[in-house]
Design a protein around this ligand. Structure first.
Ligand code: S3P
Length: 450
């Protein structure tokens, strides 16, 4: 299957040393939120460094359908003229969120407390993912939802005409669910309270405060308690989107496993709720340093320098760190193959409901490449073979999942035989320049004509 109908098979051949500077695209989470909050503000929000991947472009399209004026000025510079909290118009057509769970779940929240009816759809991957985790809390505001069995897309949401504020404890560690409830709370009178037992990425909280909403966060025995006062007037902002740590993960991990490599990945957002992979890599013995640590646009930012790391060892990744690196487990499992010993990843059942079942997709590909993987419902373990010893030579299904495709392309740079994916087209959802950027560092990635 392909994101575009035509599969793009790709092969990554063992490469020489990777070197140079890798400018990865803007952060996906912050890009979605910039467009949505810009659409809910009154006046013009100015964004630079927006990720122009398919997921975010689908959200831009959706914001236009709700009545915002969204303009692409080229080279990552965008403006959004918003309609204000409660100002969303009813779209004329179905909202297609493509491959993006973040897009659809945040937009559902943003429209849930306006008196409009909206039908959402997406690709085969998104249409298989659970939406009840969002529509259940939205029902507390008075929102109705009708979807396919199991709460799947396509789904129609009837926004609450007279929303009431809610108090909701998020049952799974999910920034998307937390954000959907907060965005719905924007147009409810009074205070909406969200409690999360495990901290997840906090871009929504930071950005809502930046746009002028009254929002407070308290650490309690219950967890993080986020209190939002509804019906604010959001003030338009100037947003500089930091570069995406989840995209930086690919050139960083490629450099760590490929002999002789030395790669600089500048301007990476290092919000502590996102940076768990880098801590984990350092614990495994990776030669990874943060240069030029600074703060930009309210987010910590640094330049990452990653070098080939000859003495990697497997570790137990603390479950408490899972939320801060949830999108990075596929590429971490690749690094684990080149370490000595077992890398043990526990408390990661959310990986089974991402763009694909990521434990299943990675385990299948790693085993086909000669690596031993054990797995359970919420854990998996990869037994490393050490540098130079990972056979490779497999073709893996990318199952409409950008991070699965990129992880196996990184793996092929350091295996004995090339690694292939049946379809690299999903990479365009989050990292459209991946192939060119990796080739410029010295990677040998080829498209294979089917
Ligand atoms: C995201 C939250 C995470 C993450 C996704 C982006 C966000 O999903 O996997 O890529 O921007 O809020 P969950 O909320 O399902 O954990």
């Amino acid at each position: 299957m392909s994101a575009h109908g035509t599969p793009t098979p790709m092969t990554s051949h063992p490469s020489g040393a990777l070197s140079g500077v890798a400018h990865v695209p803007g952060d996906k989470s912050i890009s979605h939120r910039s467009l949505i909050l810009g659409a809910l503000a009154v006046g013009e929000t100015h964004i630079t460094g927006l990720l122009e991947g398919e997921d975010v472009l689908d959200t831009a399209h959706a914001m236009r359908a709700f009545g915002a004026t969204v303009t692409d000025h080229g080279d990552g510079e965008w403006t959004v003229n918003g309609v204000g909290v409660g100002g969303f118009a009813e779209p004329d057509a179905v909202i297609d969120c493509g491959n993006s769970g973040t897009g659809v779940r945040l937009i559902m929240g943003a429209m849930a407390t306006s008196p409009i009816t909206v039908t959402f759809t997406g690709d085969a991957s998104l249409s298989s993912r659970p939406m009840a985790r969002v529509t259940d809390p939205l029902a507390l505001f008075g929102t109705q939802a009708v979807g396919r069995q199991g709460g799947r897309l396509p789904m129609t949401i009837v926004g609450a005409a007279d929303p009431v504020p809610v108090r909701y404890t998020v049952p799974v560690p999910s920034a998307q669910v937390k954000s959907a409830v907060l965005l719905a709370g924007l147009n409810a009178p009074g205070q909406t309270v969200v409690v999360e037992k495990e901290a997840t990425r906090d871009h929504t909280e930071r950005m809502l405060q930046g746009f002028g909403a009254a929002l407070s966060v308290e650490e309690t025995d219950e967890g993080r308690v986020i209190t939002l006062t509804g019906q604010p007037e959001l003030t338009p902002q100037t947003i500089i989107v930091p570069r995406d740590p989840s995209s930086a993960a690919f050139p960083v991990c490629a450099a760590i496993i490929t002999p002789g490599s030395d790669v600089l990945v500048p301007n990476i957002g290092l919000n502590p709720t996102r940076a768990g992979l880098f801590t984990t890599l350092q614990e495994m013995g990776a030669d990874l340093v943060f240069e030029n640590m600074r703060e930009e646009g309210g987010e910590p930012v640094a330049d990452l320098r990653a070098k080939f790391s000859p003495d990697l060892k497997g570790i137990a990744v603390p479950p408490a760190r899972a939320a801060s690196m949830i999108d990075e487990y596929p590429v971490l499992s690749v690094v684990a193959c080149f370490a000595e010993g077992v890398t043990d990843m526990q408390g990661v059942k959310e990986l089974r409901v991402k763009e694909s079942d990521r434990i299943d997709a990675m385990a299948k590909g790693l085993r086909a490449a000669g690596v031993s993987v054990d797995e359970g419902p919420d854990w998996w373990k990869v037994t490393g073979l050490g540098h130079g010893n990972v056979p490779g030579g497999a073709t893996v299904a990318s199952v409409l999942d950008h991070r699965i495709a990129m992880a196996f392309m990184v793996m092929g740079m350091a295996t004995q035989k090339p690694m292939s994916v049946d379809d690299g087209s999903p990479i365009a959802t989050s990292f459209p320049i991946f192939e060119g950027l990796m080739k410029a560092l010295g990677a040998q990635i080829m498209r294979v004509n089917s």
